[in-house]
Design a protein around this ligand. Structure first.
Ligand code: HEM
Length: 352
């Protein structure tokens, strides 16, 4: 006779086998294909992180729809919001991995990353993440992590701005700590040389292709004067402007960003189409109109591979879209917390 004990033992074995399968896949080569819907999908699996696109298929099938409906409203009210949300995911992933550490407020045991130099008076979109989180808590309590909300919002913002779509691995959990030091140390500054940009990205397991394609996020959004002022007035300590800056663009920027004051004035990163996700960012770099040093050095830094990629992406927007999608998936896999690590925060601002 089959006893309850037998059924229970068989069930436990099946659970163990399926979790080994889901979480224990060996490393595969990463190749990509495209469905007829234009969505990028990995062929033959990806890096073994424990993340997978169907993570919420049973527990919260409506998760992405909820994210998209909040995004649509937020972006229609404030067209810059898509850019701000895309950037939040980047600033999350480069510090302790994609674990929503960037969303934590001060706590007795750590200081918020929001106070770090690259983030202070700069990161935005927290209230949109809060709105998504509260809607998700109503629909599927204690299920969708803040880290996945950031990843879903970054993809949704890209799509709603006219950019590529991709199949997004999910299942990230939220950290119980933040790192102010990490945020100051691991997020590249705007006056970086090409060599230092490559090093910042290599530290995260990202290569020169990822650097160039992900920099293409600067096809939307704006930067404050303080992040590019040095280029206008004293790029190399000789009181001269950056020689790689195109002349008429240089004069336009000086009008926005005077030598003294105006540090919070803003200028689009891609002034030809600041709310449309397209490849004009790369075309602008080709004509000396990259806004930040870190944008222009992708071409002027004299590193063969990054120069070639800027040209290739300027020539072929589909090539850029495909690479951007692939690199976003790769960035989204930086050191996620999975399984029993971390937690699913109830409120993205604080640990449970
Ligand atoms: C390559 C190194 C990078 C550097 C040095 C850099 C630097 C910056 C700076 C200085 C700003 C303006 C911030 C301000 O003025 O407050 C900015 C804005 C932005 N960055 Fe980056 N960034 C880099 C890579 C990335 C990546 C990888 C992404 C996303 C995948 C990204 C997405 C954005 C977006 C969308 C904005 C506009 C945000 C808004 O308008 O609110 N950046 N970046």
């Amino acid at each position: 006779m089959v006893s309850f004990k037998h059924i229970y033992a068989t069930f436990t074995l099946l659970v163990l086998l399926s979790s080994t399968f889901c979480f224990g896949f060996p490393e595969f080569n990463f190749r990509w294909g495209h469905g007829r819907d234009g969505v990028s999908r990995p062929i033959g699996g990806g890096r073994s992180t424990g993340l997978f696109p169907g993570f919420y298929s049973d527990s919260c099938p409506q998760a992405n729809d909820i994210v998209m409906s909040v995004l649509e409203r937020a972006i229609s009210k404030d067209s810059r919001m898509a850019a701000s949300l895309l950037r939040l995911h980047f600033h999350d992933c480069f510090v302790q991995g994609c674990d929503a550490s960037v969303l934590l407020d001060d706590h007795p045991t750590f200081v918020s990353e929001k106070k770090a130099v690259p983030n202070k008076n700069s990161l935005r979109g927290f209230e949109v993440i809060d709105e998504i989180k509260s809607k998700l808590e109503q629909a599927c309590p204690k299920t969708v992590s803040c880290a996945d909300i950031l990843a879903l919002s970054a993809r949704g913002s890209t799509v709603l701005s006219g950019g590529p779509n991709w199949e997004l691995p999910l299942g990230r959990r939220d950290s119980k700590k933040a790192s102010l030091n990490g945020a100051n140390k691991f997020i590249p500054p705007p006056n970086s040389t090409i060599q230092s940009l490559l090093t910042f990205f290599q530290r995260q397991g990202l290569n020169e292709v990822d650097l160039v394609s992900l920099s293409g996020a600067h096809t939307i959004g704006v930067a404050r004067c303080t992040t590019f002022k040095q280029r206008l007035y004293n790029q190399n300590g000789n009181n001269q402007p950056d020689s790689t800056l195109e002349r008429s663009y240089y004069h336009d920027l000086k009008a926005v960003c005077p030598k003294t004051g105006g540090d919070s004035n803003i200028s689009p990163l891609d002034y030809t189409s600041p709310v449309t996700f397209d490849n004009t960012y790369f075309k602008l770099i080709m004509s000396g109109k990259g806004l930040l040093t870190s944008d222009q050095v992708l071409l002027s830094g004299n590193v063969g591979k990054t120069m070639q990629l800027v040209k290739a992406f300027a020539d072929d927007h589909t090539l850029f879209f495909n690479h951007f999608a692939r690199s976003m998936v790769k960035m989204g896999k930086i050191s996620p917390l999975t399984g029993y690590k971390g937690e699913v925060r109830k409120n993205c601002h604080r640990i449970n």
